[in-house]
Write a protein that binds this ligand. Structure first.
Ligand SMILES: Nc1nc2c(c(=O)[nH]1)N[C@H]1C(S)=C(S)[C@@H](COP(=O)(O)OP(=O)(O)OC[C@H]3O[C@@H](n4cnc5c(N)ncnc54)[C@H](O)[C@@H]3O)O[C@H]1N2
Ligand code: MOO
Length: 436
């Protein structure tokens, strides 16, 4: 029988000739919050700037604060199809002579005088002498050249003033923002054709395990399909990172060490999956500990306890290492809650708080104090789609990926709390299309 390997954190400590904890669980078990703080302190964002066409900027991180070079709209224009009126004598009259027609994109030099109006289309430039626009539904056509108002029209009605949307010099977007389709629309409204963004970061990826078969290959006895690598690759691609994928690597210390070293030369960060626990074939942690500085490797969360983070100095820069646990739900949840926010931070994004809800649970929830739980569940919504309650899934095993795919939320249960009674309010983190 093979001898159980020591915990690889202790293995590293032994190498460094510092005191070795026999049972190291307690001294390195940190909270989710501490993990995030420690990673943020350790990570130096990569802020190399490049200028790219606006049309390629979706999801890229803005590297400049955008101030408007123009007023938007650039000129006063009509909000309605109707008539641009000179209201100087409006109290005395409701009939107006139609003296011209103004279409969007076809301004003219009409100067309206008392009692005159111009036919105008939505977006048409407001002519001189115009005080208001009346929508055509509120007029009667008296003759080809004369209209009559059927309602009162206030001064300024239906005129969109120059700068109503954005004024010259206004701050439109702050730097460090991940550009959305709407942001791209706003930047286009300023006439910008290119935009300065941070260069994409490159993430190295591999999974480990002798039991892993690749989708498409027959499943031999003792094998499972490598679900985590395609899943993590998709998550990384969705976040817009460049990826170097080394595939699945056997449980061999040397191969894993070589793979880490290869990626360290080419990547800003490395994500591995599997082999970070304490089993005899859990070599990822050992491989990393032999090359680099491990910051922590156990987080008080469920799923996701054996999550490792560290740094490796390469060519005068740091490469960051995120060792995700092999259980598929643990891999997905630790990626989402720990690795992904840090990769975004590394790539220059200023991230806001995630939205949380407080909802009653429709079923009692099992929980033991000691780890912060992220249990999978579904939201119960009213007929308007407003969340009213949450239902936890019965199976909360970190091997059950299909339930995470059905879940639309994570139920967040604080570390020290125990079981939750039916009807009690719990913190819920919705999973939107923007994340998992
Ligand atoms: N004695 C202890 N054993 C375990 C502990 C512990 O604290 N003490 N922690 C458990 C927890 S919690 C987790 S999570 C796992 C994580 O272990 P590893 O990161 O070392 O992962 P593996 O052992 O390689 O795999 C765990 C599990 O997941 C399956 N797996 C691995 N990679 C993939 C993949 N790419 N696609 C699909 N499934 C994968 C693997 O076959 C195992 O079943 O450790 C516990 N053990
Ligand atoms: O951290 Mo593990 O995720 O409880 O299976």
């Amino acid at each position: 029988m093979s001898k159980p390997s020591p915990c690889w954190y202790c293995f590293k400590k032994k190498q460094l000739k510092v005191s070795i904890a026999v049972n190291c669980d307690n001294d390195i078990f940190i909270t989710v919050e501490q993990a995030l703080i420690r990673m943020t302190q350790a990570i130096q964002p990569r802020l190399q700037v490049e200028e790219i066409p606006l049309e390629q900027a979706l999801g890229r991180i803005l590297a400049e604060t955008i101030r408007s070079p123009i007023n938007v709209p650039a000129y006063d224009n009509s909000a309605m199809d109707g008539y641009a009126l000179n209201l100087s004598n409006a109290a005395a009259q409701s009939r107006f002579d139609v003296v011209s027609q103004i279409l969007a994109g076809k301004p003219d030099d009409t100067q309206l005088k008392e009692g005159q109006c111009a036919r105008i289309m939505t977006g048409g430039k407001i002519p001189q002498g115009c005080d208001a626009v009346v929508m055509q539904e509120n007029t009667n056509i008296v003759t080809d050249d004369v209209i009559e108002l059927t309602t009162n029209v206030a001064h300024g009605a239906n005129i969109r003033r120059s700068g109503d949307d954005i004024r010259l010099g206004d701050t439109v977007l702050e730097s460090a923002r991940s550009l959305t389709p709407i942001d791209i629309g706003c930047l286009a409204s300023l006439g910008l054709q290119t935009v300065k963004v941070y260069q994409k970061i490159t993430i190295g990826l591999f999974t480990t395990g002798d039991e892993l078969a690749q989708p498409g290959a027959p499943l031999l006895p003792g094998q499972i399909y490598d679900s985590n690598r395609p899943m993590l690759k998709a998550l990384l691609a969705k976040a817009g990172f460049n990826i170097v994928d080394l595939g699945a690597i056997d449980d061999e210390l040397e191969k894993i060490t070589q793979a880490l070293d290869f990626l360290a030369h080419r990547c800003d960060a490395i994500i591995t999956c599997g082999g970070v626990s304490v089993g005899v074939a859990d070599y990822t942690g050992q491989a990393f500990a032999s090359l680099a500085e491990i910051d922590f490797w156990k987080v008080a969360m469920k799923p996701g306890k054996p999550f490792a983070f560290g740094r490796l100095k390469k060519d005068s820069r740091c490469v960051y290492f995120f060792g995700l646990p092999g259980n598929p739900v643990s891999a997905a949840v630790t990626y989402e809650l720990l690795a992904q926010p840090m990769l975004k931070y590394l790539s220059g994004v200023d991230q806001g708080q995630r939205t949380h809800l407080k909802l009653p649970t429709e079923q009692a929830i099992k929980k033991r104090p000691g780890r912060k739980d992220f249990q999978r569940g579904v939201l119960v919504k009213d007929s308007n789609g407003v969340p009213m309650a949450v239902v936890p899934f019965a199976k909360q095993s970190s091997g059950v990926l299909s339930e995470l795919s059905q879940a639309d939320c994570l139920i967040v249960l604080e570390k020290e709390r125990g079981a939750v009674a039916k009807g009690e309010h719990v913190l819920v983190m919705p999973l939107t299309k923007a994340n998992l």
